[in-house]
Ligand binder design. Sequence first.
Ligand SMILES: [Zn+2]
Length: 283
Amino acid sequence: MAKNLSLVLSITLLLLVIQPIRGHSFKSLQHLVGSHKGQTVKGLHEIKHYLSAFGYLKLNRSTGLSNDHASVKDEFDEHLELAIKSFQKNFHLNVTGRLDSSTLDVMMTPRCGVSDIDDNMSPNYALFPGKPKWGKKFLTYTINSGVTREVLDKLSFALQTGFEEWHKHTQFTFARGRPTSTSDIGIGIMHIDGPRKVLADSVAPTSGKMRFDADENWSINDKPNVDQIDMVSVATHEIGHIIGLGHSTHPDAVMYPYLNGGVIRRKLSQDDIDGVFALYGKP
Ligand SMILES: [Zn+2]
């Protein structure tokens, strides 16, 4: 009973985090190409919500979003410019502070729902604030939610493949089973925000909660179509969060937050391995 309650609480918390970007089609941002400081452009508040959801912009009085006045919300001020610059720096884009098309292209790419955390990170792995980690090397996991047999089979395969990849490079052993303690991993499938946009999210150690968006067109094939998202890549990424890694700015890293349709990123890069060694030491 207590376990169910904690799951419900953590899911509610995640929903609150995701709330600001729900219901928005990222495609609708296209008309903002070229926006820059000093302008007021309808829809800029969506960029503010987006940058806030992923850790680049603090929403308060001075950033305008608490003000009901629509023109203030859509004002391109210096806070927004700074946030865009750190976003651009993170993803190795030209640091212009403008909403150029390459910046908006990245923003419209499907991604993980976890915040990018540290906007000053060097171009590699990141750890969560306070560097939370597990005090044990044997983790059991359970799949909580009931969806179709087909989706559950895909998820089981994706998780198993992802756990094996991390196991190769760490001392962690992952086993599917019934929960035996409050620190076991609980994995759910639910509707997060519809197709694309946010694909999945997880909570830092030692919570162990992970969610997948039931509305995605998931694939576990070695060669997914462009309209499909590779569930194995996403599972491997989310397991990285579960054991304590944040987002990497290295595009080859499993812990890079964006994943386009048809793309596979299943193997740990040296950057991912450096990150997990930094947290747990070499095996
Ligand atoms: Zn992530």
